[in-house]
Design a protein around this ligand. Structure first.
Ligand code: ZN
Ligand code: ZN
Ligand code: FE
Length: 759
């Protein structure tokens, strides 16, 4: 009989055709297998019925480790058998099916690692060693189908040796598109900061040596450039902070192996699993008692972002040095996307770095490292990018329409929702400049093309002034798509409902800022959300608090603290004592006092982030926010070893959780108690108050689930304490595990909100 089988999922770039070839020939079948332009794979089989059945069994049970099969469709064909053997056919551009996708970048596999170290292997010490089971994918693919000529490997024709492996069905590199060797593949080279090539027969290890000596290097990776430096000497890091104008924002580090990580950080079993998985994310780990890395890496934080090498190049950096770890942080100008082109790197990084370690393969798609942390047994994404993107988040229900969502403004991603698969893009950054906007537009097109999606609806935030709102409007007009706007915090909770397939939820949404349904600034909300009706009710929230000077109060949290405390006490003397933390000192403080007395138009917010910031400032933990989340993150770090000394009972009036009294108590006790204990007490107050409100509302409304999302949900103390309270009364406590709880997950929430409702 003759059968045609179409397989969708992640089936290109994962050794799928070689696998099909093997199981077809093993079952004595003839025919062909080919990649299609819709990222799916088509198989034609000729042979006996039982052989075909056994083939299908093998297909489902023995698939390659990185392949994901979403659907298998089969059709019996008429006509005579035509094929005398089974072979891999040239790819076609056919695009009928949608929802398949190429794989993410995959860390170097153990087989390739062995060969890298084997002097007898032809790819001994070759930095770009890969096979069908590993190597870059998403970052090298320009278009489908996944063939070498559609990737940035097209510039490197295979030599006869590589070719012989490519056509050998028994070889691990049979039909591996990234196949290359020192003779035919990309090569690495060192240059000075001006781009002058430095002749060296071992440039990668020389780069390692230079790092060890204290030089700063830009190193080209899979998805963009890293800035690398020593992790133990202060001088180069201080210089790096000054030239990068990044005084406090933590740097990630790369350690040679797990053992090296354990010398300076705690690593749980779960964390070790993530660190060593093929996705190789940066994992935020608690520093241990022996922490010896420079304090300039993660200043005043209790944790540090660590990853393991994920390419041959990374492994080799550590070969000739005793350093167990290097700083390895994305190279991007402030608020701009990660740098990916050699020219671009030379132009923008020349003053920051001493040397460049380039290679001559182009990067097709930018992609930052992913960042995550664990909350006990739960995973919390800070950034979902390399290693995960573009693999879909698979949902139990199918979306009612095909949706693209543009996210919000900061830490943005875009999302395509196609039936029961959500394709969330890599981290794009803050959409406030031309570069990121362009990246967003191109990424959107790329994602729609890759997934072969026929978009019907485009979604954006409710904020009238967001760049993404204007873009969505234009795209809707251009393409005749329906435009839907989704309130920011509802989108956060919708992301939870979609992840957990829940139709109704009382969601606690805490973050820095979101445009409220009433046009006001929200950020500490208890929402009753329903998927079907695309509807939410704001049941409760944190007390509204003044933001003196608006954005200035976000940057200098003493302003927020002063504004709140002024309701209870005269804060002038206290602010004056802290005048060095105001850019304009006394004059500025006088202006604040005048505003408090006379100005009734001060912006107000219910933001939970701003409350944590204010506590941070009162305790002297952080006076200026130089990166997103800084005061709150440092407050969490300060609270790690604290005790609940204040034991404050939540004050709830008219569905509002009071925050003034809590802040006042912290202020009153700031000299009596340890900072750690007060920082912890503030967390406990919010955790108790928010969970109490949520539980009360859930029982009142008969809702079965309570969720916690928004940027503040990355805070481990809050998340764990709320979980304990909620689970104690047998409510399920749901958190984001597939997308970030922060704004990187908003596009997914928006898409789900529009896709699953009857609008
Ligand atoms: Zn490999
Ligand atoms: Zn070769
Ligand atoms: Fe948010």
């Amino acid at each position: 009989m003759r059968v045609r089988i179409n397989v969708t999922g992640i089936v290109q770039g994962v050794g799928f055709r070689p696998f099909i070839y093997r199981i077809a020939t093993r079952n004595g079948l003839n025919g062909y297998v080919k990649n299609r332009g819709d990222a799916g794979v088509e198989v034609l089989l000729e042979g006996g019925k039982s052989a075909i059945q056994s083939f299908i069994k093998d297909l489902m049970e023995k698939k390659p480790p990185l392949a994901q099969i979403h659907e298998i469709s089969r059709a019996e064909l008429e006509g005579k058998e035509e094929y005398a053997e089974f072979s891999i056919h040239a790819s076609s551009n056919e695009k009928e099916l949608s929802g398949s996708i190429i794989p993410p970048d995959i860390a170097i596999c153990s087989d390739c690692l062995k060969e890298l170290r084997d002097p007898k292997d032809p790819r001994y010490e070759y930095f770009f060693i890969t096979c069908t089971n590993c190597g870059p994918r998403f970052t090298i693919i320009e278009k489908l189908p996944y063939d070498r000529e559609n990737t940035t490997m097209r510039e490197f024709p295979m030599c006869s040796f590589c070719q012989s492996e490519y056509i050998d069905p028994s070889n691990r590199r049979f039909h591996a598109q990234t196949l290359a060797c020192p003779k035919c593949g990309p090569h690495a080279y060192l240059t000075t900061q001006d781009g002058e090539v430095i002749e060296h027969n071992d440039p990668i290890r020389e780069a390692g040596r230079l790092l060890s000596k204290g030089f700063i290097l830009a190193i080209k990776g899979h998805g963009g450039f890293h800035i690398a430096a020593t992790a133990t000497k202060d001088r180069p890091l201080d210089r790096l902070r000054k030239t990068k104008h990044r005084s406090q924002k933590p740097f990630a580090v790369m350690a040679r192996d797990l053992k090296a990580i354990r010398t300076f950080a705690h690593v749980s079993r779960k964390e070790a699993e993530f660190l060593t998985s093929y996705t190789r994310p940066i994992v935020l780990l608690d520093k241990n008692g022996d922490y010896y890395l420079s304090d300039l890496i993660a200043p005043n934080l209790h944790n540090v972002g660590v990853m393991l090498p994920y390419s041959g190049l990374h492994c080799m950096l550590f070969d000739k040095v005793s350093d167990p770890v290097f700083v390895m942080t994305s190279a991007n100008p402030p608020n701009q996307p990660i740098i990916k082109d050699n020219e671009e790197a030379l132009k923008t990084l020349g003053e920051t770095v001493d040397y460049f370690l380039f290679h001559n393969r182009q990067i097709a798609q930018r992609c930052d490292d992913s960042v995550l942390r664990t909350h006990g047994n739960n995973l919390s994404f800070i950034r979902r990018s390399r290693g995960y993107v573009p693999a879909p988040i698979r949902l139990r229900k199918k979306s009612k329409q095909c949706v693209v969502a543009l996210g919000g403004e900061l830490n943005n991603t875009v999302c395509v929702l196609n039936e029961n698969k959500a394709f969330v893009s890599q981290h794009l950054g803050d959409v406030e400049n031309v570069e990121t906007r362009e990246l967003l537009e191109n990424t959107l097109k790329h994602m729609v093309n890759l997934t072969n999606s026929k978009i019907e609806v485009i979604v954006c935030d409710l904020h009238p002034k967001f760049t993404t709102t204007a873009m969505a409007r234009d795209l809707a007009n251009e393409n005749k798509w329906k435009l839907v706007q989704v309130q920011h915090h509802y989108a956060h909770i919708a992301s939870l409902m979609a992840e957990h397939d829940t139709d109704e939820m009382v969601g606690v949404c805490c973050d820095g800022y979101g445009y409220g349904a009433n046009g006001e600034a929200w950020g500490g909300e208890i929402l009753l959300c329903s998927r079907e009706t695309f509807d939410f009710k704001r049941l409760a929230h944190l007390e509204e608090q003044p933001l003196i000077g608006g954005d200035l109060a976000t940057r200098f949290p003493l302003r927020t603290a002063g504004g709140i405390l002024a309701k209870r006490t005269d804060v002038k003397d206290w602010l004056m004592q802290n005048q060095q933390h105001f850019p304009y000192g006394k004059k500025e403080i006088q202006l604040i006092i005048d505003q408090l007395e006379k100005d009734h138009s001060i912006v107000k917010t219910t933001s939970c982030g701003r409350i944590l910031d204010a506590v941070s400032a009162i305790l002297g933990v952080c006076y200026e926010r130089t990166y997103e989340g800084e005061p709150a993150m440092k407050l969490e770090s300060a609270a790690v070893n604290g005790k609940d000394v204040l034991k404050l009972e939540p004050i709830i009036r008219n569905n509002t959780l009071d925050t003034t009294q809590m802040l006042y108590e912290i202020y009153q006790n700031r000299e009596k108690n340890r900072t750690a204990d007060l920082a912890f007490s503030a967390h406990m107050y919010l955790a108790k108050g928010l969970s109490m409100l949520a539980m009360e509302k859930a029982s009142e409304k008969g809702t079965k689930a309570i969720g916690f999302s928004g940027g503040v949900a990355c805070n481990k103390i809050l998340a764990l304490k709320m979980r304990i309270a909620v689970e104690a009364v047998k409510f399920p406590f749901l958190v984001n595990e597939q997308v970030p709880a922060g704004d990187g997950g908003v596009s997914f929430g928006q898409a789900a909100a529009a896709g699953f409702s009857k609008i």
